[in-house]
Ligand binder design. Structure first.
Ligand code: PLP
Length: 301
């Protein structure tokens, strides 16, 4: 028998590790049928997890919010994630943990009777922006699609209610933009598919206060700003203020701090990634070597 090939990624499904191409869930899992699931994504850079504790803490908070039980302690989850990365051998990886509702007994529509399931996988690092976009800056469109109201689906608990984000993204791509930002009912920008947003005016960083996931990278940006002595305002961010900002960037585990140089038809600043954004990009990657934030993976174990 040939050895399994984990080089494209490894997954953990119902107690078993397997190559990513073999990982599957039952079609009747409500995670699939109802988007009834939660998840989190932590990254591995240079062979170490970045801010693993923060991602585990948010994952378990999201589970509690949706009344899902992964059935594992934080240490057990960390061990599964580590084993997925170890099997893959990846030094730069996108590592996802998922808890789905599972299925209630056949015929029952009572979610309390479902057996929740835990899944995980590690695949090569995912960038939301390609190398040229990271260098030149992204072009974002502000969509007229509103993000699902927070009173309906709590955006601070990670979820797969992405139809609004996906429809907004399709519209933006069709219009020639690289990605999209959604707004709330008051035309304040909230977030995009997989990222938070910041703008800079007169040296002050501004990021939305509510209506979006509280990204771990957003938290890192706020901490970096404090360390660098840059003022931060966390408050509602009108779409027009963003269009007129001197600098704009997005924050995400899929690439850290990513510059934005165009919003709709408006060029931001001089059309090049701004000096504060570039400083934050540099600091973000520098912080990956800080032992306070990184947990090295023992690939040989
Ligand atoms: N907003 C949404 C909807 C997301 O899915 C994500 C990340 O997956 C983010 C924001 C950014 O969060 P983080 O910085 O933790 O990756």
């Amino acid at each position: 028998m040939t050895e399994p090939d984990f080089s494209k990624g490894a997954a953990y499904v119902r107690g078993q590790y397997m190559p990513i191409a073999e990982a599957a869930i039952p079609i009747t899992d409500w995670g699939f049928l109802r988007s009834d699931a939660t998840y989190d994504v932590v990254t591995v850079w240079n062979g170490a997890f970045f801010r693993l504790d923060a991602h585990l803490e948010r994952f378990l908070r999201s589970c509690r919010r949706w009344r899902l039980d992964p059935g594992l302690t934080p240490d057990q989850i960390a061990a599964v994630l580590t084993q997925c990365v170890r099997l893959s051998g990846l030094r730069a990886s996108y590592v996802e943990m998922i808890c789905t509702r599972g299925q209630p007994p056949w015929g029952s529509r009572d979610p309390r009777q479902a057996v929740n399931q835990f899944y995980a996988f590690a695949v090569p690092y995912v960038w939301i922006a390609n190398a040229e976009q990271r260098e030149e800056g992204l072009h974002l469109a502000i969509s007229d699609v509103q993000r699902i109201p927070a009173v309906s689906v709590d955006p601070t608990a990670k979820n797969y209610h992405w139809n609004d984000l996906t429809m907004g993204l399709l519209g933006a791509l069709d219009a020639g933009a690289d990605s999209v930002l959604l707004v709330d009912a008051s035309d304040h920008v909230v977030e995009g598919p997989g990222f938070n947003v910041f703008c800079i005016g007169h040296g002050t960083l501004v990021t939305p206060a509510e209506g979006m996931l509280e990204g771990i990278t957003r938290r890192t940006v706020v901490e970096m700003a404090h360390r660098l002595g840059l003022p931060v305002e966390i408050r509602a961010l009108p779409a027009d203020e963003l269009r007129r900002a001197q600098e704009v960037f997005i924050s995400t585990s899929g690439g850290g701090v990513l510059p934005v140089t165009r919003v709709d038809q408006q060029t931001i600043g001089d059309g090049r990634p701004g000096p504060i954004t570039r400083r934050l990009v540099q600091t973000y990657w520098d912080w990956h070597t800080d032992p306070a934030y990184s947990v090295p993976i023992d690939y040989a174990a």
